[in-house]
Design a protein around this ligand. Structure first.
Ligand SMILES: Nc1ncnc2c1ncn2[C@@H]1O[C@H](COP(=O)(O)OP(=O)(O)OP(=O)(O)O)[C@@H](O)[C@H]1O
Ligand SMILES: [Mg+2]
Length: 284
């Protein structure tokens, strides 16, 4: 299990820093899971010659974290002037490509031999196709001095000409074991009181998404001060899986023939379950 260099950060003063930020790995080697993808990025970090990249995969698996860490490793003290970060909150229509991105690509920055300026386009699949078309030319013209790192959930939403100019690095959902390893690092660093079933519940609700796991851990800790199953499912606003299982077993024995009655009964049951998790005192 990799551990982040930030895992040893001193406790926050004032409002608590989101743990997803506090424990965001700053080095490629510290990124958990997706070994093949991480190994490819480590080779790039070592060799220095970053190709245009598309990092694609499900949410909360480390794509943004990876491209930021790689850019830091490649550019070190030059990061501020040699990296342009654009995320979904920035306007990234065609004008931004024509102006901001092009101007940055033209800017002269002195870098060690073999290094390039980097433009990070986070959530690149939400760029308009006009903007992507404009990007394609910029990518080609300035390829001697500037490389692009695109992060997205679906690479199919990136136009073919850009895909063919980039190396594709695929990320997949993290395994339960990988999430558990990271949760253990954080509960130890934050001295979170927990029982193993509580962490299991977090892993269950996160479904391979590390961001979700850390957010649910922090929310349960700050809401209840103790991480057990009951508290996690209350925080996540999900029916307790045990109740669902009992409900399913109940229906299996009920011999309801009329499909509509059956569906209606299910909905009523789900509603009451949903209500019960919102009313902590009702759930014993
Ligand atoms: N593989 C990982 N190893 C360690 N921490 C991770 C990993 N993936 C995600 N995290 C944690 O979750 C947070 C969010 O991750 P990140 O922003 O990299 O996700 P993403 O893959 O870019 O998701 P999205 O598709 O929603 O943009 C990070 O700040 C970090 O704390
Ligand atoms: Mg991201």
């Amino acid at each position: 299990m990799a551990s982040s260099s930030s895992s040893s950060s001193s406790p926050a003063v004032g409002p608590e820093i989101p743990w997803v930020e506090k424990y965001r790995p700053t080095k490629v080697v510290d990124i958990v899971g997706n070994e093949d993808a991480v190994a490819r990025l480590q080779v790039i970090a070592r060799d220095g010659n970053m190709p245009n990249l598309i990092l694609a995969g499900p949410p909360g698996t480390g794509k943004t974290t990876s491209i930021l860490a790689l850019a830091h490793e490649l550019l070190g003290p030059n990061y501020r002037e040699a990296v342009l970060e654009l995320n979904a909150s920035d306007d990234r229509g065609i004008d931004v490509v024509r102006n901001k991105i092009k101007m940055f690509a033209q800017k002269k920055v002195t870098l060690p031999p073999g290094r390039h300026k980097i433009i990070i386009l986070d959530e690149a699949d939400s760029m308009t196709s006009g903007a992507q078309q404009a990007l394609r030319r910029t990518m080609e013209i300035y390829s001697n001095s500037t490389r692009f790192g695109l992060a997205c959930n679906t690479s199919a939403k990136i136009i073919e000409p850009i895909q063919s100019r980039c190396a594709l690095v695929r990320f997949s959902r993290l395994s339960d074991q990988e999430i558990l390893g990271r949760l253990m690092v954080v509960v130890a660093a934050e001295k979170v009181p927990y029982v193993p079933e509580g962490l299991e519940a977090i892993i269950f609700t996160a479904d391979g998404d590390m961001r979700q796991a850390l957010n649910n851990l922090q929310a349960t800790n700050s809401g209840f001060g103790f991480v057990n199953q009951e508290n996690v499912f209350k925080v996540c606003d999900q029916p307790h899986p045990l109740h669902v299982k009992n409900m399913e077993t109940g229906f299996a024995h009920m011999r309801i023939c009329d499909e509509s009655v059956r569906i209606f009964s299910c909905v009523v049951c789900w509603r009451s379950l949903h209500w019960s998790v919102k009313q902590p005192k009702q759930l014993s």
